[in-house]
Structures are given as structure tokens and as C-alpha cells.
Design a binder for this molecule. Sequence first.
Ligand code: PEP
Ligand code: MN
Length: 343
Amino acid sequence: MMIVMKPTATEDEIQAVIDRIRSVGARAHPSRGDEVTVIGAIGDREHVARLELEGTPGVERVVPILKPYKLSSTQFKHGERTVLDIGGRKVGGQNFAMIAGPCTVESREQTLDTARAVRDAGGTLFRGGAYKPRTSPYAFQGLGQEGLRLLAEAKAETGLPIVTELMDQRDLEQVLEVADVIQIGARNMQNYTLLAEVGRAGRPVLLKRGLSATLEELLMAAEYILKEGNESVMLCERGIRTFETAYRFTLDLTAVPVLKELSHLPVIVDPSHAAGRRDLVTPLSLAAAAAGADGIIVELHPRPDQAICDGPQALIANEFGDYVERVQAAAAVAGKALSVAAV
Ligand code: PEP
Ligand code: MN
């Protein structure tokens, strides 16, 4: 249920409603908008209905949330968009986030060279995997803790906030020391204990769509994070499995406007993993930006031919500036401006 407060509701009236929701064992998720405060009551519907909150001081009306996902639904935020603040850089709303970096952290030189290219091109966040989900158990699995240390060094030098993947909750504490955004990979989208754990950790999360997940399943996965009180979630379309074999995955760009219709959360597009090929990355990025994506997460490498992982799809670091300019122009078509550090 959603309790829409009157624009004139006082802080005491809001708190009284929250207390009553909690008194029946339900969770209260207040969302304070510019105009009104909306309180999501998540729990046993019957119990909340019995409170008869309609008519309580400060309450405008009580409406059921019809979708199975509640906290992530557009209805929950009353049509307002969520804008995350990642170390002073905004994600969502009118802001376009350019997230870039190597698939995997390989070495100090490779990491720092790539981070400098991202900074010089005006990128928003730096990505890089220290823990890698690989299809083969015999493939390089990432540098682990040493990778995290190199990411911290890249952040210290460039000031770019870090996006890095968490695969196992046993690594959470170490990842939290470095990550400004925790990436949950496509293969872990339905790892519900991991989702709840990052929900409790409270750090912003970039949640990738599973290889064969529907949009509703993606939003239900986001719900696991939001339910723990972590409101900072961005959704990521990274290509899905279809019958097509000409490219790695099929980038589902219809998901961009549809997710934005269903949810208030920012929507990021990953053209790299969808394409699997460098020459497809730019056209897909332009299309995603023009379609209204809130950002792009793209793989970049100083020498892709020597990359340990995902080299064929990596953009070349010294060409990144031109790429950013083109994508920025496409984002402007959708009314968005590149998100940079607050000064
Ligand atoms: C990645 O971003 O490096 C990655 C492994 O992505 P995905 O989980 O989408 O395959
Ligand atoms: Mn990759």
C-alpha cells in the first residue's frame, strides 16, 4: 500500500503514520518528494488495511501498489525519478553517466592508463573487475584483493568513483573499502542472499539484467535490495539471450523506455557485453543514449589486443575522447547532459 501524505502534512503526522505501519509488523519506506511525502507500507496487506489510515491527520489517500514490485515501481515515487549521488556525480534525471574502464583489472599500468583516459575524456565513473564471473573455471578469475588495491590507487589519482563487481558476500567488506558502486553481475541477478546483503550494506548498486531475465524479474531483483532500505540502485540492460548468434547477446533497447515507464530507478546500458565486438559498441551506445538511457557502462583498454578478458569488445583508450563526444551529443537529443564532478 502507498500512503500519500497531504502537501501540508507535518513531520509529526508523517512520523505518526510510520509508527502505526510499524506497529502491525509492516515496513514503512518514506519517500520525501518536492511536493509530497509518500510512505510505502510493505507487509501484510490485510494488517495495513485494518489500520484505516485514510482519515488519519495529514493523510491524503491510501492506494494499493498493483505491481508485484513495489519500492521500485514508478507509482511508489509518485512519478518522480530517482537521482543517485555517487561522490558528487549525479546518476539519473537529466544527467548522463559515462561509466568506463577495463573488463578486468590486470596490472597497475593498465589500470592507471585506462583511468587517466576516462578522466581526460570527462567520464563520470571508473569501472573495473577485481572478481570476475567467468564462464570457464580455467579462465583468469581476476586479481581479487590486489585488484581492489589498484582500483583504490586509480581513484586516488583521478578522483573517479569506482564501480566494481561483488560476486561473493564473503568479499563484501573488502569491496566496500573501495567501491562507490557495487556491481551485481548478470549471472548473480537472482542470487537473492547476495542482493539482500548489498541492500543492507547501503552502498549504491549497479544491478545487471540476467541473461534471460524478464524486466519484471529484474525489478523484483532490485526490490530485494530496496527492501533492505538501500534506495540507491541503478538498473543495467546488458543484452539478453535470443536465437540470434551473429553477435554475443541481443541488446534490448526497448527495455530502456519500458523500464523507465515501470520504475523510477536510473537505467544504464552496457553495449560492450551485448555486442562482444568493438565495431558495434559505438552505434549501440548512440542508440542507447538517444533512447533516453541514464548512462552507459563501457569497456575500455589501452591495448585491447593484449587484454586478458573481453579484448575484442573493448574500446581503445586513446580513442575514448571522440567516443564520449559522440555519445554526449546523442544523450543531448534525449535532453541529458554528461554528469561530471560537482565543483
Ligand atoms: C562485466 O561487466 O565485466 C560483466 C561480467 O558483465 P555481465 O555480468 O553483464 O556479464
Ligand atoms: Mn567484461
